[in-house]
Design a binder for this molecule. Structure first.
Ligand code: GLA
Length: 380
């Protein structure tokens, strides 16, 4: 983490002063971070909303409920700021009816078949919250818990550190897992997410963020041009569980090695697209050696907005918002229909604990789980 201690202490004092005075805490500096109340959960736990702003006015709003990115405003080719993530105007929407909009996902991003796996010879049964399968951490995953927040401030960036202790047995997972996620908004229009976790018992971990992007800010995302740095993907069965194969994308609608409109092949009569109702697959990144590398680039021709995704992870789940069906009314009264947002979830492969040929997701006491992902915005 690149925040000098003195900034954290200074900010801590300012935040404390703000808290004592009540109401909104404002730090008058550029870049800056502000805290305000965002409502209460059903059991009356207060939830906060932090607004991170860089020196160009790019703004990320993040709530302590689920660590959700509530809004993200970035410039188009004319410098006009627009919100590029789906979500709700208020906490209530997130509490009652959210398909993981903007949320932190854990302990395990995506599916684990039948919610079961073995670790060191011991069988474990996780919550089954997606048919027979386990999805995105279970019934109450990291997207539905309250995170402890601490504001961080540096010369060229602002950050929000979120921590959560997931107890031994939560959703069926072994070990107390101590998790830290730091969101950093930099002056060069990047939103960086650093995840880390430690355990006191052998367990599994696979964390990610589930933001739904729409670089045009409205309408469907079928005209966005996507490039994925991946020559292979992991095909799935009807239940969206990987078969275990790593297949070449060549000659298939899964080939995004060259920039291609999301909608160009999405309705082809292809078994994988039929199973996914569109794209809902894990791509095997070419640079997956644990070093931060470009994984994806997406360009929206009307606004000119570009998003580049860098990650340390071996996989990226590209999901084209196939389950959005018009039943959700989100921010600014926009109805979210099919394909109105897309996700690029950087992570290990789905169902890894049941596939010994996939990179391992197990975590031992004494080890530290780490992942870094950067969403970098520009316009052309
Ligand atoms: C992930 C999954 C999808 C779907 C969404 C949430 O991206 O791969 O199948 O469950 O989350 O709706």
């Amino acid at each position: 983490m690149s925040f000098p201690k003195r900034f954290i202490i200074t900010l801590g004092l300012v935040t404390l002063f703000g808290s004592l005075c009540g109401g909104i805490t404002t730090i008058e500096a550029k870049p800056k971070i502000e805290r305000q109340p965002f409502g209460k959960t059903e059991n009356l736990t207060p939830v906060d909303l932090y607004t991170l702003t860089n020196d160009k006015g790019v703004e990320a709003r993040i709530t302590t409920y689920g660590g959700i990115i509530v809004s993200l405003k970035v410039p188009d080719r004319n410098g006009r700021l627009g919100d590029v993530v789906l979500g709700y105007d208020n906490l209530e929407g997130y509490l009652t009816d959210s398909p993981y909009f903007g949320a932190l996902i854990g302990r395990y991003g995506n599916r684990i078949a039948k919610g079961s796996f073995q670790l060191g010879g011991t069988p474990y049964q996780l919550a089954q919250n997606n048919g027979d399968n386990h999805l995105h951490g279970g019934v109450v995953g990291f997207d539905k818990v309250i995170w402890k927040a601490k504001a961080l401030w540096g010369e060229d960036e602002v950050g929000l550190q979120l921590t959560y202790l997931s107890h031994d047995g939560e959703e069926g997972y072994p070990g107390n897992l101590s998790v830290t996620v730091v969101y950093t908004l930099t002056n060069n229009n990047a939103l960086k997410i650093d995840y880390s976790a430690t355990t006191d018992k052998k367990t599994i971990a696979n964390l990610t963020n589930h933001s739904y992007f729409n670089l045009a800010g409205t309408g469907d995302i079928l005209g966005h041009e996507l490039m994925l740095k991946a020559d292979r993907f992991t095909p799935v069965d009807k239940g969206l569980i990987p078969t275990g194969e790593l297949s070449s994308v060549e000659g298939t609608p899964m080939d995004f090695t060259k920039p291609t409109a999301i909608g160009a092949r999405i309705n082809q009569n292809d078994e994988q697209l039929i199973y996914g109702l569109g794209y809902d697959h894990n791509w095997v990144l070419n640079n997956s050696g644990g070093k931060l590398a470009l994984a994806a680039k997406i360009f929206e021709p009307i606004s000119g907005r570009v998003m580049k995704v860098y990650t340390t992870q071996p996989g990226i789940q590209f999901y084209s918002g196939n389950f959005l069906d018009g039943s959700i009314t989100g921010k600014n009264d926009e109805i979210y229909y099919k394909h109105f947002g897309f996700c690029l979830e950087t992570q290990h492969f789905p169902d890894s604990p049941n596939h010994s040929n996939f990179p391992s997701t197990s975590l031992n006491p004494g080890q530290r789980y780490k992942q870094t992902t950067i969403y970098k915005f520009s316009a052309q």
